[in-house]
Structures are given as structure tokens and as C-alpha cells.
Design a protein around this ligand. Sequence first.
Ligand code: NDP
Length: 314
Amino acid sequence: MRKLVASYVRLPENLVDRLRKYAEVHLAYLEDIQHILDKINVVIGYDVPCEHLKRMERLEMFQSYAAGVDGLPWDCIPGNVIVCSNAGANADAVAEHAWALVLALAKNLHIHFERASRGEYVQSPGSLFLKGRVLGVIGLGSIGLRVAEIGKAFGMKVYGVSRSGVHKPPCDFVGGPGSLDKVLEESDVIVLAAPLTRETRGMIDLRRLRKLKRDAIMVNVGRAELVKREDLLQYLEENPGFRFASDVWWNIKEDFRREAEILRYPNVVATPWVAGGFGNREVWEGMLEKAVENVVEYLRGGRPRNVVNRSDYV
Ligand code: NDP
């Protein structure tokens, strides 16, 4: 029997056609699917309404279009459903963005631009020369590994931290979560690219921030909650030499102005969650394609990629 797929994210026609070769496809953003919720086998989306999920008694697979699945409606997805992230789908773009933020801070672009735009020609030293310095990548998956490769191209020494701690070239050192303190202590530039799980939430707290070199650079492209917000504010206050950049935010929906509080520090650079698909249409379309490819793999009886361990999130 043909399975029923419901997409809650707008898909281009070619991807809908691809799915239709293997399943009956319903587009929840265009049609009312209330009457067939109990027959849906596969969902593609992210913030799918709980009222819908609760009525999907035949749900087998939930495919997220986003790489990070920390924000899925976990409480409403039954434990027997296969949940797949879209890890890796926008890794190249996010790694490029991470480097844009590293370079902005390392070369003080924001400070030079600000002065130059006021008509001031100030040739101050203070730029960080990257060659020979240590890059620490926290979360050495698709994004982290690409960040590491680019770091190597700058002639940096690269240390990584992953969950497994398994060595991956081109890194000079890779350790498990137990080596986080060592990597933080020894790195000149740190890029956070780990998923937000029960284990990683708040992993960068004041104790760990105080382990950093005083002039370290830290860039977060993972999820804001990897870093304890109040601890970061305190550390920025304590340490004018520390430079921090983020593409991700603790609380965008309710009060972004509160978030912007962090931007009053001269050594902070930030972007509004544009590293991946929200910042580039081609990247967004590539993400949808990867999500659909994975669903097609499942519909054809294959093994889908990126199956998530539910206990990491619930
Ligand atoms: P991957 O699943 O490919 O990589 C995740 C990496 O994190 C893996 O290396 C994994 O280790 C590691 N990891 C897991 N737990 C820990 C831990 N406790 N300590 C250290 N490392 C850990 O995902 P991606 O690289 O594609 O994406 C990573 C995250 O980036 C996403 O989950 C999402 O939150 C964020 N993201 C942000 C975007 C943005 O727009 N700013 C866009 C896309 C993603 P191991 O290799 O051993 O499994």
C-alpha cells in the first residue's frame, strides 16, 4: 500500500514530484489535512502542531528540514517514530559563516569599519594573526569538520571535541567531552558547532569561560543555549580582551531587543541566524532536497540517514 507523506514545509514542485513516485503526498501548508491525519505515515517539517501529531496514529517517520532537532515538538512525537535530523545539509554554508565571524573578530573589521565610517583613519595593532595558532572546534560533525579544514588552510593547528572522540583528519587532536576543558584552555579561536542536547546545554559556563586565554575568540554557530547567557555577559564584563560572535540566539521570538544587550560590548559581533538556509535561498533549497532524499530512501525500504537518538533530547 502506498504510504502517505505530509509536508509542513513548502516544497518546490520537483521535490513534490519526486516524493509522488513513492507515496501519496499532502501539502499541509496548502490543503486541510485534518480528515487524513490518522493515515499519515511520514511527516516532513519542524514545528508541526501537536494537535496534528497526536492524531497521527500511523506515523512512522518524522523528517526535520533543519540540522538541529532540539526544537522539535518532542513531547508529541511517539517514542516508536523514527526521527531524522537534516545534519550536514547546510554544513558548507554554516562553516563559511563561522569563518566570516572568526575573521571579522580576528581582524577587528567591525572596529575599523566603525572608525572609518566616522572619518577616523586609525591604524591600531590588535589584529590576530591566525597562522600557527590553535583552533578548537567543539562538535566535529559536518559543520565542525569543514570549519577544521578551513582552519588548516590558514595554517592553524586544529583541535576537535566530539562525542565519540574518534580522530578525524585534518585535526591534530580529537578528544571526547572529557577533553573540552583542555581544548578551551589551549585554543586561540574556538568555534561551537555542537547540537543542543541534554548533555551540551549550558556546556560553556562561567567556569569554562574562565579557562580561556584572555584574548581568545569564540564563535557560536551551533545553538545559543550551548552557552549560559548570564555567564557570558559576566565574562564579557570581566574580560575586555575576550572576543565573541554568534549567529544563534537564546530568545528570538519574545524579546530580541533583550538579546541585543550583548551587542553593547565592543568586542562582540553577531548575525541574526543567517548562517544556514535562512540566509541563502540556494542553501535553503539544498536543505529541502536533502530532507526529501532521505524520505525517499525510507519509502524505498532503505536506511535513512541521521536517525536521532530521542534520549538526547527528551
Ligand atoms: P552533525 O550531527 O554532523 O555534528 C554534530 C557533532 O557534534 C558531532 O561531531 C558529534 O559528535 C558532536 N557532539 C555531540 N554531542 C557532543 C558533546 N556532548 N560534546 C562535543 N561534541 C558533541 O551536525 P551538523 O554539523 O550538521 O550540525 C551541528 C549543529 O549545528 C546542529 O545540531 C544545529 O544545532 C547547528 N546548526 C546551526 C545552523 C545555523 O544556522 N546557525 C545551521 C545548521 C546547524 P560525534 O561525531 O561523535 O557524533
